[in-house]
Write a protein that binds this ligand. Structure first.
Ligand SMILES: [Zn+2]
Length: 424
């Protein structure tokens, strides 16, 4: 059954214009001044008081670990503590448990506006392919509401005789339908060898590479530079994301600039992950604790696609988070000194570009991937991050949350909600 056309009435755009937006069969057909578009035959949503944005994307999630913080304590609070706690816990995880938490987390991302999600799924000792299979199942069941991409996250090591089983499991994951190859080359005894294996395998299956890179403050060894050199040398054509790149933000500017130039030439996108970096990094500093964010300005100045994602969600790697790209963008403003516009671009246009998805705009001809937030401007949407939102994926409303304030001393409840109705 096809959905009727959708008419979004009187929304404010990020540039301040107030418009009507008509959507049909998954595409934005028309954008005209508010109150001017004919509603005949359309489902009409009154978005007066909302800012209408291109939908964000969550570029780096771990749906298989999500919402495990209470079950998996990490008293040290750092990356080593998180990895140790997680590896000890995951053998007890069933596929059904992973499916349940992944589904719950994905529901949250979607309700906040992420109509596309790139997630990692662990492979390796103690978990086998259970987490991957669970996340693939959640990807498939959510296909009509959210474009989920699953990165098979290989265990350490991938190289040498000790890595044989992990290499085989990674290849099996691609046969099972994983969308991208993932690993953590900086933790492998042979980082360059690990990168080469990942590039080979991803090229064989024609899928992108999505690596955890340099998730620490010390500047050497710099696996981001190894990765850039290898991607340039091989001409790998399927897209590469380097997540974290924390140490790049700690380097002296000349060196960081030279590496950023290599990253740009290689066409690698960098995913900044402020929540997890702020939580895990710098715990051994007793003052002026580094923020742990990558070198945002240096990378952008070199022409690198810089996306941003939420990464861990209430697990031992990051106790908090609500699965909300607006939270990620707000942290880029506060901890990365981005403008609200640049920060939102990182969680929307840049994230989609990094993931190889078509661009989205509130403009005719664009895929209808949209987020409306009850706010007067993009800045205010980041500031209040109200849950009062409406989410459109492929031209259909796929999530709607309304917030109603009750005032016991005064009037009846004030509906603080978008008005949705049909016209004949
Ligand atoms: Zn991660």
């Amino acid at each position: 059954m096809t959905s009727p056309p959708l008419l979004l009435r009187a929304a404010a755009l990020a540039d301040g214009r107030r418009v009507d937006v008509r959507i049909d069969t998954g595409t934005i057909e028309r954008v005209e001044p508010a109150g001017t578009l004919d509603a005949t035959g359309a489902q009409v949503v009154d978005l007066d008081g909302h800012v209408l944005l291109p939908a964000p994307m969550e570029i780096h999630a771990h749906l298989d670990k999500a919402l495990s913080a209470d079950a998996v304590p990490n008293p040290a609070g750092d990356l080593f503590g998180a990895v140790t706690a997680w590896l000890a816990y995951r053998p007890s995880l069933t596929r059904e448990q992973v499916e349940h938490s992944a589904r719950t987390a994905l529901h949250g991302y979607l309700g906040h506006g992420a109509t596309a999600v790139r997630t990692h799924a662990d492979l390796g000792d103690g978990i086998g392919k259970r987490a991957l299979q669970a996340v693939l199942a959640v990807r498939d069941e959510a296909a009509a509401r959210c474009a989920v991409q699953v990165t098979a996250f290989a265990a350490v090591p991938l190289t040498g005789a000790a890595g044989a089983a992990n290499r085989a499991m990674l290849a099996d994951a691609l046969v099972a339908g994983a969308d991208a190859v993932g690993a953590c080359p900086g933790l492998d005894p042979d980082p360059a060898g690990c990168i080469a294996i990942c590039l080979d395998l991803a090229a064989q299956y024609g899928v992108p590479l999505d690596l955890h890179v340099d998730e620490w403050l010390h500047p050497d060894p710099c696996t981001l530079e190894l990765l850039a050199d290898a991607v340039t040398a091989t001409g790998f054509p399927y897209g590469v994301i380097a997540g974290h790149c924390v140490s790049l933000g700690m380097m002296e500017p000349d060196r960081a600039g030279k590496i950023a130039d290599k990253v740009a030439r290689a066409g690698i996108a960098v995913a900044c992950l402020p929540q997890t970096n702020l939580f895990l990094q710098g715990r051994d500093h007793d003052r002026a604790v580094p923020r742990g964010l990558t070198a945002l300005r240096t990378l952008r100045a070199a022409g690198v696609t810089v996306a941003a994602g939420g990464d861990n969600l209430q697990d031992p790697f990051q106790l908090l988070g609500r699965g909300d790209p607006l939270e990620t963008a707000a942290l880029l403003v506060l901890a990365g000194h981005d403008t609200p516009e640049t920060a939102y671009d990182a969680v929307s246009a840049q994230a989609r570009r990094a993931a190889g998805l078509p661009p989205v705009a509130v403009a005719p001809g664009s895929p209808a991937e949209l987020l409306a937030v009850r706010a007067g401007s993009l800045r205010e949407a980041l500031a209040t991050a109200t849950a009062h939102r409406l989410v459109v994926h492929d031209g259909r409303i796929v999530a709607r949350t309304t917030v109603t304030r009750h005032d016991p001393d005064d009037h009846p409840a004030q509906p603080d909600s978008a008005q949705i109705g049909h016209t004949a």
